[in-house]
Design a protein around this ligand. Structure first.
Ligand code: PXP
Length: 248
C-alpha cells in the first residue's frame, strides 16, 4: 500500500488571518485555503487536513465548509474533544476526524491526547462521530498504554505524534524512532490504522522509513513553507515523490 499524504493547510489560513482576522471572508482575503486545497489535490494529495481550533486562530468554520463542499478530496478535521467541535463535525461531515488535545496558549498541538486519562470523554466522542459514519483517529504520543487505550476507545486509527522525533538530535533520534516503531507495531497488532504527523519535513522524512505499518502522514508547516518558494502544487508533488520511497 502506498503511503498516503494528508496536507495540513492550517498555515495558509494563519497568513490570511495576519491581515484579515476580522474579515476572512472578504473577496481580497489571501492566501486562500480553498485554493490551497484545490492545488494540493491537483498535485496528488490524498486528503486535506485542517484544524478548527476553539480560538479560531487560523481556520474558520467557513473554510471547512467551503473545502468540504468544493474540493473532491477526503477531509480530515482536526479537533479538540469538546461538545462544540463534535457538533461542528456532525454538521460538516468530514470523512475523518482526528482528535487532538488543545490548550489556548500553545503555538501548535504540543503533545498527544491523554486517552488513558480522558477515556470516557474520548470514547463518547468517538461513538458520536462513528454514528454518522465519520472515521476517527486519535493523535497520541508513541506510548504503549496510549495505543492500547486508543484501541479500547473504538477509534479505528491512531496518529503517532512525531514531534519529539523531529526535535531530537544525536542519539535521541534513535530513541524516538524506537518509540515510534514499538507504538506502530502495537497499533497494527491491535487492528488500528497507523498514521503519523507533526514536525515532518523534507529532510527528516526518510528517517521515518524504519517505522513499519504507516498508512498516512499528515504534514503541514514544511509544505506550506516550501510553497512560499515553489508554489503549493510543486511543494506537495515533491513531498509525494519522497513518500513513494517508503518501504512499507
Ligand atoms: N498532525 C497533527 C495532529 C497536528 O496537530 C499537526 C499540526 O497542526 C500536524 C499533524 C502537522 O504538523 P506540521 O505542521 O508540523 O507538519
Amino acid at each position: 500500500m502506498p503511503l498516503l499524504l494528508g496536507v495540513n493547510i492550517d498555515h495558509v489560513a494563519t497568513l490570511r488571518q495576519a491581515r484579515y482576522a476580522r474579515t476572512p471572508e472578504c473577496p481580497n482575503a489571501e492566501p486562500s485555503p480553498l485554493v490551497a486545497a484545490h492545488d494540493s489535490l491537483a498535485a496528488g494529495a490524498d486528503s486535506i487536513t485542517l484544524h478548527v481550533r476553539g480560538d479560531r486562530r487560523h481556520m474558520q468554520d467557513a473554510d471547512a465548509f467551503a473545502i468540504r463542499s468544493g474540493v473532491p478530496i477526503p477531509l480530515n478535521l482536526e479537533m479538540g474533544v469538546t461538545g462544540e467541535m463534535v457538533d461542528l463535525a456532525l454538521k460538516l461531515r468530514p470523512q475523518y476526524c482526528c482528535l487532538v488535545p488543545e490548550s489556548r496558549e500553545e503555538l501548535t498541538t504540543e503533545g498527544g491526547l491523554d486517552v488513558l486519562g480522558g477515556f470516557e470523554r474520548i470514547r463518547a466522542a468517538v461513538e458520536r462521530l462513528h454514528a454518522v459514519g465519520i472515521q476517527v483517529s486519535l493523535f497520541i504520543d508513541p506510548e504503549l498504554g496510549q495505543v492500547q487505550a486508543a484501541a479500547e476507545s473504538g477509534a479505528g486509527m491512531i496518529e503517532l505524534h512525531t514531534g519529539c522525533f523531529a526535535n531530537a538530535s544525536g542519539a535521541e533520534v534513535e530513541t524516538e524512532l524506537k518509540r515510534l516503531i514499538d507504538a506502530a507495531v502495537a497499533g497494527h497488532a491491535a487492528g488500528l490504522q497507523v498514521n503519523a504527523g507533526h514536525g515532518i519535513n523534507y529532510e527528516n522524512l526518510t528517517r521515518l522509513w524504519v517505522v513499519p505499518h504507516l498508512a498516512e502522514l499528515n504534514i503541514g508547516h514544511s509544505i506550506v513553507s516550501k510553497a512560499m518558494r515553489v508554489g503549493m502544487a510543486a511543494a506537495v508533488r515533491e513531498m509525494k515523490d519522497l513518500m513513494a520511497t517508503y518501504p512499507g
